[in-house]
Design a protein around this ligand. Structure first.
Ligand code: APR
Ligand code: ZN
Length: 253
């Protein structure tokens, strides 16, 4: 297996609690494109201001809905990767709290419980106007479709929207509070894993520094340097599906 820096193994082995902060890189090896990676990044191919803002939704709900419905189709068609499964295993060895920026359900499908989805959840559809959750059927296209009409709210007839947080929108309070409360309770000896995030989007990008301020040992798992690398005590330059199984195996020994 991958040779991990001994101080990283020691930190995890000695940890009472492990707080896990994940971003799109966590799901990359499942086949879900990240946002800002060179060549595969979603924001290379699609314009976020046309897709991930409330204005874009007001402007053209069919295009925005068609894109998110395609992403739901994509996530439905992939599996959690060895990294997701390793984190589910870790929760059997240590107290684990996961706060993710990801809107997919791959952590849950790998068996993890996720304390916070700070950018919402793809599958948590709700009414644009009356906020009622939408549990009805949706037809999911294999490609982004510009003309896809969003489902209609059975309560008030308005458009149903994706349950994700768009740029400029408020984050779900309960998820932010759960994350910040968990960070507040971190103590020296605890570990925070920062996995697969570029550290560009706030407030999530501020969480590693907050964890460090509480005395936790912060470890980044990411093949490349990020905006939060210098907040971390240790960095493991590898991928989630390679590093996490090796880390969890080392803890279990
Ligand atoms: N394993 C671990 N990390 C990886 C892998 C992998 N297999 N592949 C890529 N990465 C890393 C990249 O190096 C990059 O640092 O994952 C990170 C992905 O960065 P982004 O695409 O910016 O994703 P993220 O940080 O989650 O974006 C934050 O931006 O568009 C919004 O709401 C969206 O939640 C998202 C937010
Ligand atoms: Zn409604």
């Amino acid at each position: 297996t991958l040779d991990l820096p001994p101080e990283v193994v020691a930190a995890i082995r000695g940890a009472r609690r492990v707080m896990v902060l994940t971003g799109a890189g966590m799901s990359a090896e499942s086949g879900v494109p990240t946002f800002r990676d060179a060549q595969t990044g979603l924001w290379e191919e699609f314009d976020p201001s046309q897709l991930a803002t409330a204005e874009a939704w007001q402007e053209d709900p069919r295009f925005v809905w068609g894109w998110y419905a395609w992403r739901m189709h994509l996530v439905r068609g992939v599996e959690p990767n060895a990294g997701h499964r390793a984190l589910a295993e870790l929760a059997r060895l240590r107290e684990v709290m996961i706060s993710t920026q990801n809107v997919d359900d791959l952590h849950e499908r790998a068996g993890s419980s996720v304390a916070a989805h700070v950018h919402g959840s793809l599958f948590a559809l709700r009414c644009t106007d009356c906020d009622s959750p939408y549990e009805g059927e949706v037809d999911l296209p294999a490609e982004p479709e510009e003309r896809l009409v969003p489902p209609q709210c059975p309560e008030c007839g308005a458009h149903v929207r994706p349950g994700v947080v768009w740029f400029g929108e408020m984050l779900p309070e309960a998820d932010v509070e759960a994350t910040e409360a968990a960070i507040d309770t971190l103590q020296p000896g605890d570990v925070t894993l920062v996995i697969g995030t570029s550290g560009l989007v706030f407030p999530a990008a501020g969480y590693p520094a907050m964890a460090r301020a509480e005395g936790a040992t912060v470890i980044e798992i990411n093949p490349t340097e990020t905006e939060v690398s210098d907040m971390c005590h240790h960095v493991v330059r590898g991928t989630a599906a390679e590093v996490l199984p090796a880390l969890v195996a080392a803890v279990g020994e």
